[in-house]
Design a protein around this ligand. Structure first.
Ligand code: FAD
Ligand code: NAP
Length: 355
């Protein structure tokens, strides 16, 4: 039973909403493990099933979940939820240097990385062990350890939910940016991504080890000429030692984006906090690790009720047990407020907050 306030002209009258039917639980479909509900849930295994679902509705009002690893469910979803499990992986074209691979959007991203390594195809090894589905990767242009999926993205296929129309979008149309795409903004909720085509590289591979911590691990392992498998192993090792495994502790990875600030603002910040780390983005902006700002606002490893920040990486908000989505949301707000008070920098959530 929920309580909302109806606004009358003079004073608000509480109106009680009775939930007439039991909602389907989404707990096993989001890595924060929030026990929110939805009206109706269907697992989509292929395009025909999706088209059938669309044609059965007068008006489609639904949400799509892949593996729910970039979601915070603050409340029940009073809509249908489609769980994407569209499968398939095949090589559709190749030339001397490149292989074009088409992947069903419901395939697991890390399994795709392992498939690429088995076939000696390079380009996504730095993106090893990122949770989630292939279809969600273009949504926020997933990135890690100096690489973003856009560097190997070719095009994607999608179905417009309102009309059932099949569409193809080339890279330029997706407007990829730092943890952004057109699908997370102007076209939010409009398309169901069904297949993605990536352009992977045949050997000899270009190795991307510019991210300091990868070099450190390779040095420690005495690997002087790493191949793509070594990079993947190093990334997996670093991630496993630093990030909470959602199988055991609920989380959605980095809760906030790393803020970009102008070099001018950075200079004045450095005059007060000379140790603030920063990475140049271009000749005007630099990126500040949000985790550092949160840690230096006193939040690293802190617990408030059932929610908290991870002890090894303050940017990751965790569910210590039975946290509600609202508890996590309020904690995130508190953290952002404290960071703003101390550093004058606004933190923007990277996680999709529903409803
Ligand atoms: P979901 O969380 O299910 O959905 C995310 C959004 O995409 C929602 O808005 C959903 O509606 C939409 N969506 C999903 N599938 C489709 C589809 N087929 N068509 C249209 N819309 C769709 N992210 C990074 O970028 N880099 C990292 O290094 C990284 N590390 C992480 C580590 C941990 C421990 C965790 C828990 C998360 C991490 N993430 C990272 C975030 C997350 O893994 C990615 O954003 C991932 O791509 C989400 O995939 P998903 O299938 O779980 O998407
Ligand atoms: P980290 O290595 O402690 O570094 C903190 C931040 O500083 C990173 O987020 C990164 O920004 C930036 N950074 C560090 N070294 C850099 C370099 N050489 N060049 C440019 N930027 C640099 O970060 P972490 O939390 O352990 O994460 C490691 C990588 O995995 C990062 O790329 C991070 O984005 C990714 N990751 C993402 C999520 C998620 O949910 N989105 C969760 C875990 C890890 P960038 O984020 O832009 O790389």
């Amino acid at each position: 039973m929920g309580l909302i306030f109806q606004n009358s002209e003079k004073f608000p009258t509480p109106r009680v909403i009775f939930k007439l039917k039991l909602l389907e639980s989404l707990k096993e479909y989001n890595t924060f493990m929030i026990n929110a509900g939805c009206n109706y849930l269907e697992v989509i295994r292929n395009e025909d099933q999706l088209l059938q679902y669309i044609s059965s509705k007068e008006k489609v009002t639904c949400r799509i979940i892949g593996e729910g690893s970039n979601l915070l469910l603050v409340d029940d979803i009073q809509e249908d939820v489609l769980i994407n499990r569209i499968e398939g992986i095949s090589i559709i074209r190749e030339d001397e240097r490149t292989v074009w691979v088409e992947i069903g959007s419901g395939e697991n991203w890390h399994q795709f990385v392992l498939w690429a390594l088995e076939h000696d195809l390079g380009g996504i090894e730095n993106l090893s062990l990122i949770p989630g589905t292939v279809g969600a990767a273009p949504m926020q242009n997933i990135g890690a350890y100096g690489v973003e999926q856009e560097s190997v993205f070719s095009y994607l296929e999608a179905i417009e939910l309102a009309t059932g129309k099949k569409c193809t979008f080339q890279k330029e149309e997706c407007r990829f940016d730092y943890r952004e795409s057109i699908f997370k903004n102007e076209w939010k909720g409009r398309f169901y991504i069904t297949r993605v085509v990536y352009r992977l590289n045949k050997p000899p591979h270009k190795i991307n080890k510019s991210y300091g911590v990868i070099e450190d691990i390779l040095k420690e392992w005495n690997i002087t000429h790493p191949d793509i498998r070594d990079i993947s192993k190093a990334v997996i090792h670093i991630r496993q030692s630093k990030l909470p495994d959602p199988k055991f502790i609920g989380n959605s990875g980095s809760f906030f984006k790393n803020p970009m600030i102008s070099l001018q603002v950075l200079q004045s910040l450095k005059s007060t906090y000379p140790n603030v780390p920063s990475y140049p983005v271009d000749h005007q902006y630099a990126k500040i690790p949000a985790g550092w700002l949160i840690e230096h606002s006193g939040w690293k490893g802190k617990k408030v009720g059932n929610a908290g920040t991870y002890e090894k990486q303050a940017l990751v908000i965790v569910n210590h047990g039975e946290a509600t989505g609202q508890e996590i949301y309020y904690l995130a707000q508190k953290i952002a407020r404290d960071v703003n008070k101390k550093f004058g920098i606004d933190l923007v959530p990277e996680v999709n907050i529903w409803p």
